[in-house]
Design a protein around this ligand. Structure first.
Ligand code: ADP
Length: 394
């Protein structure tokens, strides 16, 4: 039996059908540009790509087209699927493990939208339409915040008035948890050790770092929202909160405009005009000084977190790079860990430059800390979590 994984964003829905045991992906697809005249649904089934372009009025229409395309390819979701796993960004204080969705749970996820206004509403929409289309299949929510629910209080607490924090659920929640958990488990398996002290660097469009001791996270770079921490494709990461007040007072910017600035027009995009790392690298090669500075700021922030987490952990066994940039950009990996031989961290140039889609070690044999590249697979982790929960309920 397979699991359908749904990741619903504001104008797109990613879906994948996979076997949770073997990890084999049976079909995957993407509904894009929902609400625009020229929407697309793309389906990859057995390496064959089919694409439909038409107006996609809303998420429901998009998913219905996708399910019709799957049926035309011979996949009957109603009978073949044991569960639908939904990626949900914010689980707040309430959800810290995969949860079977009923009307009450859906309402609670929806209520958490005030903490994640950009993410939870489209997640809720995806759940609603998938439940309408597949009413007889169990639906499971898997939360991006769940893995970090047990962060030590010193790492999860902001130093602000505790009554204000309590009244408004303000704490550091952390995100990309499914990826940090999956990748750190892969590293433990790969190295054959459970008691590892590790740093995981998830560097995609969004980016986050975590420090993990024997499977439990002790710190992570994202906070109340996915805006804190590393420099990202379009997000600033850490800034002095005074910048927000300054923009409000001196530039007369409304809160929504500041939100948009920091989430969508900052990071690499704000500094160099592009958020895609491949483009950034091309601009650097062409001698673009803004692109070179953006790269330096990105690396500077990354190294700051690596250094902090090394001290947090005390002893460090492994550093792992994952996600689009982490898995592919050798220059980022080399720069992030350059000159750290004194700390027992030594990258092997040839291993680092070799291209592969598999988990691999890129440190020298003499390096005390093992440096790895491990492809993340959030869909598989969600599928496994959903399948496990559904089996345990039967
Ligand atoms: P997300 O899931 O957060 O949207 P991904 O993990 O897919 O993001 O990562 C997207 C980022 O990975 C983009 O900035 C993209 O440029 C970068 N990336 C993908 N392939 C490469 C590559 N070969 N070299 C450098 N960067 C790459």
């Amino acid at each position: 039996m397979s699991v359908l994984v749904v990741n619903s964003g504001s104008s797109s829905v990613k879906f994948q059908l996979l076997d949770p045991v073997s990890g084999v992906s049976i079909a995957s697809g993407l509904v894009e540009q929902i609400g625009e005249p020229e929407g697309h649904v793309t389906l990859d089934y057995l390496d064959e790509e089919t694409k439909k372009t038409q107006e996609i009025a809303d998420h429901g229409v998009g998913l219905a087209i996708a399910f019709d395309m799957l049926a035309a390819a011979g996949v009957e979701l109603g009978s073949d699927v044991m569960a639908v796993g939904h990626r949900v960004v914010h689980g707040g204080e309430v959800f810290y493990r995969p949860t079977l969705i009923d009307d009450g749970v859906l309402k609670q996820i929806s209520d958490l939208s005030n903490l994640a206004p950009l993410h939870n509403p489209p997640n809720v929409l995806g759940i609603e339409v998938a439940r309408q289309q597949l009413p007889d299949v169990p639906h499971v929510a898997v939360f991006d915040t769940a893995f970090f629910h047990s962060l030590p209080a010193a790492a999860s607490t902001y130093a602000i008035d505790r009554d204000v924090a309590k009244a408004h659920d303000i704490r550091r929640y952390g995100f990309h948890g499914t990826s940090h958990e999956y990748v750190s488990q892969q590293v433990a398996e790969f190295l054959g050790r459970e008691d590892l002290n590790q740093i995981v660097l998830h560097l995609g469009n969004g980016a986050s770092a975590s420090a993990i001791r024997a499977g439990s996270p002790i710190d992570t770079s994202m906070g109340l929202t996915p805006l804190e921490g590393l420099v990202m494709g379009t997000r600033s990461g850490d800034i002095d909160p005074g910048v927000v007040m300054h923009l409000r007072r001196s530039a007369n910017m409304e809160v929504d405009a500041i939100d948009e600035l920091l989430n969508r027009r900052s990071g690499l995009k704000g500094l160099a005009g592009v958020n895609d790392f491949r483009q950034l690298q091309r601009h650097i090669d062409d001698g673009d000084a803004d692109a070179a500075l953006a790269f330096d700021v990105y690396i500077h922030r990354l190294r700051k977190y690596i250094g902090a987490y090394m001290l947090d952990l005390g002893r460090l066994d492994a550093i792992t790079f994952t996600a689009g940039v982490g898995e592919n950009a050798a220059a980022v990996r080399a720069s992030a860990l350059a000159g750290l031989g004194g700390f027992g961290i030594e990258i092997d140039g040839e291993r680092n430059a070799a291209r592969s889609r598999k988990a691999r070690v890129i440190s020298t044999d003499a390096s005390a800390v093992t440096v790895l590249v491990v492809p993340t697979n959030e869909e598989l982790a969600i599928a496994r979590a959903a399948a496990q929960l559904v089996r345990s309920e039967q």
